[in-house]
Ligand binder design. Sequence first.
Ligand code: GTP
Ligand code: MG
Length: 561
Amino acid sequence: MASSIAVSRLHLRGRTCLLNCLQKVDTFLHRGVGTDAAVAQAQTTERDGSEAKDGRRSLLAVQDERREQAEKSVLISCQSRPSEKKFLKYLSRHGDVNKYFFYESYGVYAVVEFASRDGVASLIEAATIPSVSHESMVPFKSRLLSLRSVDSLNHQSGLPCQPQTSVSISELVHRLSSEDSVEQQITSLTEAFQLTEENSRLRFLVCSLLNDIAAAYFPECTIRPFGSSVNGFGKLGCDLDMFLDLDSISGWNVKQPKAGLLLEYQMKRANSERAVTQSILSVIGECVDQFGPGCVGVQRILNARCPLVRFSHQPSGFQCDLTANNRVAMISTELLYLYGELDPRVRHLVFTIRCWARAHGITSSIPGAWISNFSLTVMVLFFLQKRNPPIIPTLNHLRDLAGPADNSVIEGHDCTFVRDFSKIHLQRNSETLETLLCEFFVFYATFPFSRMSINIRKGKEQNKPEVAPLHIQNPFETSLNVSKNVNATQLSRFVALCQESSWLIQQSERNSPKSAAGESSPTPWGLAALLLPSQVEGMKSRVSMTTWAEPMNWSTLPSSA
Ligand code: GTP
Ligand code: MG
């Protein structure tokens, strides 16, 4: 297969003494594994000026650090389980290792971050290119390496592998049923599903590996993740949305030439910016297809509203969507991240509602007339703006707090909002997560969808400007409806489910049948009961619970909505 021939295989030859790196190994083995992106960020070096007193940083600052880590990292396929200590001993010959972890996805892989890029260069230099008779060599050395089985490195006993998939529904329901309150159930669900520190690192590493390929055409380009991989609402197994950022080359946001000397561009004839985006993605897609190590099933979907290249990255198990010229989506990601960082209840409620919706087939990974996760998240944000007092501010308020550095106009749309957390003062609202969950269902069970539009810019419902069943104003491209695809049937299902869930959770509260006497497994109650379609009365369409857990196996996954 074309994609596999570009994988450099690392041949380990050394079999020397191990003792002098044991201390370092111990440090690694005892490292804490954060499951909360916010915790992970707080643990990282505090060197960015945009950090607020409480440790919260802007998404751009977090991304810069993650990207830097990724650029110093390699991904190593381990054909057999290596001895961790010997493995590190070998690696440390090439440079100090900052961090490493193992995970499983069709074999064992290691992500290794060196202290500097020299370590990566030295390791690649030491790797030999395999000679395989039926494959030809591609003149590209990637940072995806393969560790050939060497006796001295083999180790059969338990290698600690970081999970990259979420727990199964049955396990989750069991876990939630054992909790003492709905509040605890909600936090437990978030912990079970949110991206781990390791999964986030792996996502940035995949972007960085792709960046190496795209840089063959556009040396100054950057590939950045966006969407749920970085907005704080990502669930283990979610797709990896990537943005090919060419702005530093094209300088779209530079208003005035700074000097008398201008770069002379060789302009090519193109009808529109869209046509340019299509041709850029076309060549990058071809390159990924031909030379992208581990990239399989590459599709160039160039006629979509937002042209993209879709593929599976086999070593990570990620379903990837690469777009270009998608700056508004990047800004939306920043906004969602900011809202999620403002109050912990935001992330908890978004996670809970997203999981609940997925469990009942309200959302789907298959494109269609369903409500998307993005729309659902905006609905939760709107609901939180409507509390009395509001839990989060309106987008207009965030715009009013913005400073000169926050100014942003994209294709004529005002995308300005404050990034500095210290400028945002929240109102005092002490509602519990349990109250908010119940009230969310009541709110949307009775929302006048036929007349009103959801608008997080104003934090108020507005008269619907069009006849679509569900109207959610795009926060930045305000003339657009982000839920234009949703049909009346899907909206009715959502409303009916809100009614039934509101009733069910109140019943559950009253009875609290956590565990019948003598039963070994607790009876599903509270949020656990809400996640079981069989428990929610009146559901006409029920989904198989196995489809919800979003398995790591990319080949069985339908494409992302
Ligand atoms: P999942 O992939 O379902 O976990 O969530 P996601 O938030 O990543 O959604 P998706 O992959 O569909 O889209 C990626 C990002 O693109 C979103 O987070 C938004 O920032 C943006 N996006 C998606 N759909 C829309 C839309 O209809 N309008 C706008 N403005 N942005 C969108
Ligand atoms: Mg996504």
